[in-house]
Design a binder for this molecule. Sequence first.
Ligand SMILES: *Cc1c(COP(=O)(O)O)cnc(C)c1O
Length: 385
Amino acid sequence: MSYIPYSRQNITRNEVEAVGSVLKSDFLTQGPKVQEFEKALSQTVNSKYCIAVNSATAGLHLACLSLGVGHGDLVWTVPNSFVASANCALYCGASIDFVDIQIGSRNICLEAFAEKLQKAAFEGRLPKVLITVHFGGNPSELQSLKNLCDRHGVKIIEDASHALGARYKNSIIGDCTYSEITVFSFHPVKMITTGEGGAITTNDEALYGKLSSLRSHGITREASCYTTFNDEPWVYEQQSLGFNYRLSDIGCALGIEQLKRISDFVEKRNKIAEYYLDQDWSNELMGQAVDATSTSSWHIYTLYLPLSIDRKEAFVKLRSLGIGVNVHYIPIHTQPYFRELGFSVGDFKQSETYYNQAITIPLHPSMTDNEVEFVSQSVRDLCYK
Ligand SMILES: *Cc1c(COP(=O)(O)O)cnc(C)c1O
C-alpha cells in the first residue's frame, strides 16, 4: 500500500481542463473567474459578500485590519491552532492573548472564555476581536460566544480554515450569523483547493468595501469614490495602505470546480469519521466530540491518546507503516517567537495536555475503503499490542 497522507487534494480531469482553459484565455489574473468563484462561494455558504484572497493568512490579516485592529488593541484566539490565527493580530501592531480549549471538542472553552472576559472587563483590558477556530471542521459554540462577546462589545472573526461545508444549528459556517467575518483556506490539505488561496465572507457592506480595497493596494478605480484626482481615463487613487492579496483566475477556475463537489467531500469525510467512531478503539483513543446540532466538515481526524500509549512511539510506528500521521497543533504560545513575547509553557494547560497526547490519522476523500481499514487496524494495534 502506498503512503497515506493525513489529508490531500482530490483533483479530477475536468478540473485540470478548467485550469487549462484559463491558461489559454486572456486573463490569468483579475479576469472573470475571480468574481465567478466569489459568487459561487457566497451562494454556497449563504453570505452577502465574498472576497477571494491568496491565503487564509492574508484573509485573517485583512479581517483584523477591516475591524480596525491596530496598535494598542488586543486580539484573543486559541493556542490549539495554526500560528496564522495569532500572527494576523501581530501584523496589525496589536497584542495577542489566548483562551484555553476544551479537550473533547478541541475548541475554545466557554467557561475559560467567560471567566477571562469578566476579568478583562474588570481590568479595562478587553479584546477588540476574538478569533475563534473551528478545529477540524467542528464548529465552535457560536451562539454562546456571540452572547458573551455582545455583552462586552467584542467582535468575532471565525477562522474557518478547516470548516468549509460545516454547519452549526440552522446556519452554514460562513454565513456570519454569529460573527462579523469568516475566513476560509484553500490550501491543498483543506476542504477544497485553489493551490494556495483563501476567502473572506461577511454580510456588512462597509466591511466588504474595506476588504476589497485592502486586497488590492488600497486602490480604487471608481470615479465616484475619488477624493483628489479628476476622473481621467487613466486615473486610479490609492486611498489606504493595502496589499496585493489577490487570488488568480487560475486558482479560481480550480476553486469553482472544486466547490461544486463540496457536499460530496463533506459526505465522504463524514463517512470515514463515522467508520472510525464505530471502531472498538474509538472511545479509548478519544476522537473529537461533535455536538449533535452541528455537522463537522472533518478536515482532520484527531485522537487524544491515553497516557498508557506513548505518543512518539505510536507516531513513529504508524509512519513506518506508511500512515501519514501528524500532530495538530503545537500550542502557539509555546513557539519560541511567542515565548519572546512573554508566554510560557504552563500558561494554557488544556491545550498543552491535549497536544502532548495528540495524533492526527488520515482522513480525506481520496482514501479507499482498504486504506481506511488499514489505518483503523493499525491504530487498533496501538491499544492491543
Ligand atoms: C491552514 C490554516 C491557516 C492558514 O491557511 P493558509 O491558506 O495556508 O494561509 C490558518 N488557520 C488555520 C486554523 C489553518 O488550519
